[in-house]
Design a binder for this molecule. Sequence first.
Ligand code: NAD
Length: 468
Amino acid sequence: MPGLDLIVIGAGPGGYVAAIRAAQLGMSVACIEKEPQLGGTCLRVGCIPSKALLESSERYAEARHDFARHGITLSGVKLDLAQMMKRKDEVVAANTAGIEMLFKKNKIMRFVGHGRLTGKTAEGIAVSVEKAGGAPEALSAKNLILATGSRVASLPGVALDGDRIGTSTEALRYSAVPASLVVIGAGFIGLELGSVWSRLGTKVTVLEFLDRILPGIDAEVADAMLKILKKQGMEFRLKTRVTAARFDKKAGQCVVETADGEPIIAERVLVAVGRSPNTENLGLESVGIQPDPKGRIPVGDHFETSVAGIFAIGDVIRGPMLAHKAEDEGVACVEHMATGYGHVNYDVIPGIAYTHPEVASVGKTEEDLKAAQTPYRKGVFHFRGNGRARALNQTDGFVKVLAHGETDRVLGIHIVGPRAGDLIAEAAAAMEFGASSEDIARTCHAHPTLAEALKEAALAVDGRAIHS
Ligand code: NAD
């Protein structure tokens, strides 16, 4: 095959988006992906299936506990877990098929197999595509993007068995509702999947090493979420370091040991203590790329590695392991390749936990501002003062706007409350345009909407919220 303009290894949100944008810009592009489905962890065993189960389990919980308040009496509400899982699988299949269609539309060549760098030649960067049971295929291109994502981080003493002691992949397809589940780690995955099974009737105990949940999220927001999740029935043990977990075959149960205290017994264990970059077996040594001590690939401002023409984006480089961060990096990387311009604003990357209610955050936290001794003013507005939240019967939570103490420029917005994940888009757009809290406060927000809570929080920065 003649040399291509670009090879992308990995078809997750970083890789597939980079491939599409590169094709739009006129490049000849090949994408190598070892899984038969496109879309990476996010589409196959991450964001999309978890959101499908979060949606279904929330409806189940609502039907059981909240409809009566709306004057709707239901009886005989039953869980059909097999159907819930089938719908989740259909959502995944539709999404991955959608990417396949986009690849065809953009004439992206697709190779199924493991991509490995083999060196630099006169034709450019050389790669072999290794296929199970077949001879490897050699490809080369002017440029190459490594977008191989990440895998679940292991925990010493905890042997994953792909069943009882598993990761999010297993927790997305339990065949029956476990009576009890220990979740190790109170980050995004632990809280989202813990919520799913808790709503479906499992007794969920979350063990977290830190003295708080959701590390990196504004502490006041995380603390409010902790109280809400406890009210929903999830149990939390903070400042608890898990040292070992095993499945006791004889007793038919999992035993989880911590640095102090009695062992905890559960039917299943979900390990959610972070993710590690997939940078092994990529042939990096063949071109002289050296990963950092955390296994990440060092890159410069425009995602180029130490080797000219080889780029890396997403979970294999520094920064938060988020699908939308990887997507934006993919676009910026190929736009820079094609035009000399391409940029990601790392100060405005939203983060969302799809719990109920949702937690969403963008920009600096109050802790960040205190640590940097940045002068700031703070406006908080509680959803109980918002008419739409009352109509929804979802008044837990608040919006917090942090603005610079002298310039009023918005530095961070943090939300715990209904549809926070959608509301944060306005916050991110405002910050991208360099808005002041006054700008948000003076923007006409439709009534009655949840978004009015953001306007009120912006007004509260200046002590003039109307409904609190
Ligand atoms: P995380 O980093 O969000 O949280 C892991 C938690 O485990 C931390 O709170 C950590 O303190 C705790 N922990 C570590 N070792 C421990 C031990 N021995 N005992 C007890 N607790 C321990 O990681 P995650 O939830 O596994 O998510 C992985 C990645 O995937 C993250 O980067 C996250 O951003 C991403 N993700 C994002 C979303 C989303 O955007 N909604 C959803 C899922 C995953």
